[in-house]
Ligand binder design. Sequence first.
Ligand code: K1U
Ligand code: ZN
Length: 168
Amino acid sequence: MALLNILHFPDTRLRTVAKPVTEFDAELKQLVSDLFETMYEAPGIGLAATQVDRHIRLLVLDVSEGRDRPRCLINPQIIASDGEEEMDEGCLSVPGFYEKVSRAERIRVRAQNTDGEVSEFEAEGLEAVCIQHEMDHLEGKLFVDYLSSLKRNRIRSKLVKQQKQQAK
Ligand code: K1U
Ligand code: ZN
């Protein structure tokens, strides 16, 4: 197991569009295990492979209060959605900032597991929001992209300033 380095906005590697997973091997299972360890340690409720500079269609999440319902989605697709809800979102790649974003309220998801088996399930509330947020990462999209350019640029400036100070 290993803790992975999480990329921070405005790192351009976060803008990479992830490629489908085609090999369901031991290396993939190791990456999944490392993603869970990194997410729980952060702590976060989700993490996409993009955020650790691995550009494949893989994400993990656990929105349970007990932090005991890990879910790994490989090559996820939203095959149906309805409703709309606005929720405060944060992101481990945009540390310290929380802003309201509108997302579908309920989604039906099709995804593979680490053995390549396909299944479908429905999600709502925080789980649905988290899956949509993580799937955006796989497209190179961040929650700050839903904000006004004024807000996004303010967040960018603050984070760049922090990153420069940390590099000193
Ligand atoms: O960076 C990420 O993608 C993870 C992100 C997921 C997320 C949070 C809120 C709404 C949508 C998606 C986070 O986990 S940020 C940290 C966070 O929200 C949290 C951390 C510990 C306990 C509870 C929440
Ligand atoms: Zn995020």
